[in-house]
Design a protein around this ligand. Structure first.
Ligand SMILES: Cc1cc2nc3c(=O)[nH]c(=O)nc-3n(C[C@H](O)[C@H](O)[C@H](O)COP(=O)(O)O)c2cc1C
Length: 172
């Protein structure tokens, strides 16, 4: 029996090139809502999401994230920040990022995680107060080309999963 959630996880890939086509408001809203609805430790929700769609703003973000210059060509980008006093904040926003990436892919929108902390310039650019740390910027857009959908380069399952005890390879 097919499982649409598994199919989304199986096929989603990092998308770094986007069509020059806006993301409809309802789709973008669903992506943001996916972050908002994600679980966090003790339900504290120590996060803030800044949604950037303005082309000039996207270009500026592309210039501020060392490993994400292609944000400049995205239809939208979400700056994901957590309250730095919260020691579980990174785990919480990581979960929200994954929710947003999967929901976007379910709507045919590609995305990717860019950056990992040290995004002080991004925090200042979008006006987030000092209590926040930006963990990542996630660009979204319709993929420019089919990029080996579903073909993932991963270690063999038996190398990274054990049955009952470490060292007994888990088999499907
Ligand atoms: C925590 C994290 C940080 C990442 N940072 C970047 C980044 O800064 N720039 C980038 O282009 N890709 C980044 N990626 C994407 C990964 O490189 C990509 O997902 C991985 O190579 C596997 O490729 P696939 O998702 O297409 O299977 C990041 C992914 C994760 C989970």
């Amino acid at each position: 029996m097919s499982n649409p959630v598994f199919e989304t996880v199986r096929t989603v890939l990092a998308v770094r090139e986007y069509q020059d086509k806006p993301i409809p408001n309802d789709v973008l809203g669903r992506i943001v809502e996916a972050g908002h609805l994600s679980a966090s430790a003790s339900n504290v929700q120590p996060w803030h999401f800044v949604v950037v769609t303005d082309r000039t703003g996207l270009r500026e973000l592309g210039g501020l994230v060392a490993h994400g210059p292609y944000i400049a060509g995205a239809g939208a980008a979400i700056v994901v920040a957590y309250e730095k006093a919260n020691h579980l904040g990174i785990s919480d926003v990581s979960r929200a990022i994954q929710s947003m990436i999967l929901v976007a892919w379910g709507d045919g929108v590609g995305s990717n995680w860019t950056g990992f902390g040290e995004l002080e310039g991004v925090r200042k650019k979008v006006g987030l107060p000092d209590k926040y740390e930006v963990l990542a910027v996630v660009p979204f857009g319709y993929p420019k080309r089919a990029i080996g959908k579903g073909k993932k380069k991963r270690k063999p399952l038996a190398e990274v999963a054990s049955a009952e005890q470490y060292g007994t390879p888990f088999k499907l």
